[in-house]
Design a protein around this ligand. Structure first.
Ligand code: HAM
Length: 407
């Protein structure tokens, strides 16, 4: 029987050229997390189904890969990290010293409809601050995410972080006379604004039980462009000015976020040209710990996937941009020079240089062409004369300059 060479639908294989990109993205995640003083944590990709299903929004809840293990336990592949983080914090809430600043790169699984930027598996960098009510927490997580984008090579003008507040939106809805039990309907409609015609949104609201006047009020709120009456957002903008990224923040009432646990500030980052899906998203979730049985605790965090940002980086910087030249390629002309080449490679490695040693004799043309395409910075080709003289030439493949080295 022939097996398909494709991975299961929505899952990715990472060939060496893909790993170059993945490492560039992960290196930026780790460096930005460390630069902002976040500690790393981790857990298993398999989580209890009940914990995940209860905490996700409706949509993510339906996308969970779940199964029974051989003892009948109902378990799942995590679609996100936040419920696991809440569980880990609740478990040690008495011992931990707050505020916590924790980070991880977690592989997550969602049975999504496959579209551009959405896979059924992705890596998600998570940054969370737990135990802080002030907007300093928001500014630190968003600032670290902006720092990661800069480290990856994006320009400040390439993206914008759209921010809003669910609390503020709830207040606006209440003031305009829309009953609390219908707020969720308006949240949903806002999420669809710009993605479907207003007439369909109005129909959605009508189906959700809103009357004519309420629908009109809801559309009025959807056009709100001023957040100066919202203290948590005003403070966030002020602090972002000090931290130097206020130019990348925009108030956008349509940001509500699909997950159910957010209580206050919410945000989502998009490329300025509007070509791609969300780069990262997050918000404040002050009640999540209490809903799983922990003590009340202020919390803010974000999830930043690897899929969209890699697409964006390739589009802005070029497909090959992640590949920097490094290391030395060492080759030899005939079998008689193999020992000398191995000896040279061993010495260079001891000196701390990465060395790609040819495994068999080659023609010089073939050797140099492979060295060039594999991304080596330097190349040494050992021939019989070199062994006789005890000296070989190391060629810099970028500048074409040569220098001598002892064999
Ligand atoms: P989320 O908005 O569902 O939030 O996901 C965050 C990010 O993960 C998205 O902006 C996107 O970059 C990436 N992402 C999500 N689903 C997929 C997918 N199917 N394929 C590719 N990338 C994807 C959360 O998950 C929250 N738990 C974030 C958070 C952390 N909130 C507080 N702390």
């Amino acid at each position: 029987m022939n097996v398909s060479f494709e991975p299961p639908r929505g899952m990715r294989d990472f060939y060496p050229e893909d790993m170059v990109w993945r490492n560039r993205v992960f290196d930026a995640f780790r460096a930005a997390g460390e630069a902002a003083g976040f500690e790393q944590y981790d857990s298993c990709v398999v989580e209890s189904y009940d914990l995940l299903a209860r905490k996700a929004g409706e949509e993510v809840g339906e996308q969970i890969y779940h199964f029974e293990d051989k003892s009948g336990r109902h378990i799942a592949l995590r679609p996100e990290m936040t419920p696991t983080l809440a569980r880990m914090v609740a478990q040690r809430q008495k011992e931990l010293v707050f505020p916590l600043k924790w980070t991880t790169i977690a592989q997550c699984f969602r049975y999504e409809r496959m579209t551009k930027g959405r896979k059924r598996e992705h890596y998600q960098w998570n940054l969370d601050i737990i135990g802080e009510e002030s907007a300093m927490a928001e500014v630190e997580v968003i600032g670290a995410a902006c720092d990661a984008l800069r480290r990856m090579g994006l320009a400040d003008g390439d993206y914008k972080v759209h921010v809003s507040s669910r609390r503020f939106l709830g207040e606006l809805l209440e003031k305009s006379g829309i009953a609390k039990e219908r707020h969720a309907q308006v949240f949903l409609a806002l999420d669809k604004r710009g993605k479907m015609p207003d007439a369909e949104i109005a129909a959605m609201l009508k189906d959700g039980g809103l009357g004519e006047a309420e629908i009109e009020a809801a559309f009025g709120i959807m056009d709100t462009s001023d957040c100066s009456a919202c203290p948590e957002l005003a403070e966030l903008f002020r602090l972002a000015g000090i931290a130097g990224f206020a130019d990348r923040l925009v108030f956008d009432i349509s940001v509500v976020r699909g997950l159910s646990y957010y209580t206050g500030t919410v945000f989502e980052c998009f490329d300025t040209a509007g070509e791609f899906r969300a780069i990262f998203g997050g918000g404040r979730y002050d009640s999540l710990l209490t809903t799983i049985g922990g003590e009340p605790t202020g919390a803010v965090g974000l999830g930043f996937g690897d899929v969209v940002v890699t697409e964006l980086l390739k589009a802005r910087l070029g497909e090959n941009a992640a590949k920097g030249r490094k290391g030395v390629a060492v080759g030899f002309m005939f079998a008689g020079q193999a020992d000398a080449a191995l000896k040279l490679a061993t010495r260079l490695r001891k000196e701390g240089k990465p060395v790609d040693l040819a495994l068999r004799a080659q023609k010089p043309k073939k050797f140099f062409s492979r060295a060039d395409s594999s991304g080596a910075l330097e190349a040494v080709f050992v021939g019989p004369d070199d062994v006789e003289k005890g000296v070989a030439r190391i060629k810099n493949l970028e500048t074409r300059e040569e220098r001598e080295t002892c064999l």
